[in-house]
Design a binder for this molecule. Structure first.
Ligand code: GRG
Length: 301
């Protein structure tokens, strides 16, 4: 990870190790039948990506003193949804990309049909984990809340709906409100879900804490996308692990198009400050959330 506050490095290493171990254990072994499907699922999820959503799960959980075993499950579930969305987004019917996380996209490595199935099965895996995997003191009611939260965030009123808006926007001129609406759904909904899933893992979650975290999550969800658009303009393919300039090449509207590069940077900073402001009721236990907000707007990959 680049451009991060120094304190974030140790926290991120700890969380990445935990989620990597959990995912390795939760995903079916490569030798389990059907082997090619399970290999494609593992290829799409393991050993790649910044793991921003799992980091947010752990950071929200730490702010509320949640059990790490429960956080492992929530972090793995949200990463399975994210990985599925990337596999499907890269397909020829969508963005038709060859490179993802610094390696050939899933359909390039395993063929289109298997990539579709791997994405489908990863989505099911996420919900199965939240329903079934051991989560310490998290009770059945909290699990149902988490299942509903993730289902809404991933579905037609969340990420998938945002993807549909994105497809409809290609080659069209959007205004800033339409662009933000698209990103709030496509990218923001799952980032928001990551924070709230971490919060639901805590044994006690007060209403005002949930509202504060929800506001934080909405701000950083949008900030993530503003920075993604900035990196599409100024980033390089090797550092990003995906093709830089792809959005522009596909005539997709971006923040720098509408606000200029300086305006987009200002918007990202404003969202970062608003995210920090939402955490004012928390003490040092919420520092990882603060570091992550900073990282999201300062990252170069
Ligand atoms: C196809 C169902 C479906 C949904 C697609 C999330 C999404 C919706 C598409 C991904 C395409 C994309 C580039 C979106 C912009 C922001 C984003 C989600 C980037 C990828 O997330 P990172 O940067 O990726 O966290 P890593 O690889 O680090 O996990």
């Amino acid at each position: 990870m680049t451009m991060q506050p120094p304190e974030l490095a140790a926290f991120a290493e700890h969380c990445r190790h935990r989620v990597e171990t959990a995912l390795e254990q939760f995903l079916p072994a490569p030798a389990t039948l059907p082997q090619d499907l399970h290999q494609a699922m593992r290829y799409a999820v393991l050993d790649g990506g910044k793991r921003v959503r799992p980091l947010l799960v752990y950071a929200a959980g730490q702010a509320l003193d949640a059990d790490e075993q429960a956080l492992d499950v929530a972090a793995s579930a949200v990463e399975c949804i994210h990985a599925y969305s990337l596999v499907h987004d890269d397909l020829p019917a969508m963005d038709n990309d060859d490179l993802r996380r610094g390696k050939p996209t899933c359909h390039r490595a395993f063929g289109e049909a298997l990539a579709i199935l791997a994405g489908d099965a990863l989505q099911c895996k996420a919900f199965h984990l939240l329903a079934h995997a051991p989560m310490g003191a998290v009770d059945a009611e909290a699990r149902v809340e988490m299942l509903e939260l993730l289902a809404l965030a991933a579905g037609s009123r969340g990420m998938v709906g945002g993807q549909a808006l994105d497809m409809a926007a290609v080659g069209r001129e959007l205004d800033i409100a339409e662009l933000e609406d698209m990103h709030i759904h496509k990218t923001g909904a799952l980032i928001r879900a990551a924070v709230l899933l971490g919060a639901w893992c805590a044994p006690t979650l007060a209403h005002d804490q949930r509202r504060a975290l929800d506001h934080y999550a909405k701000c950083i969800g949008l900030a993530f996308q503003v920075q993604d658009d900035i990196l599409d303009v100024i980033g390089d393919t090797q550092a990003l692990g995906k093709r830089a300039g792809a959005d522009r090449a596909r005539r997709k509207p971006t923040y720098p198009d509408l606000l200029g590069l300086a305006g987009a940077r200002e918007r990202a900073q404003e969202l970062h400050q608003r995210a920090l402001h939402s955490l004012e009721g928390f003490g040092a236990e919420a520092d990882p959330l603060r570091w992550l907000s900073h990282y999201i707007v300062a990252r170069s990959a």
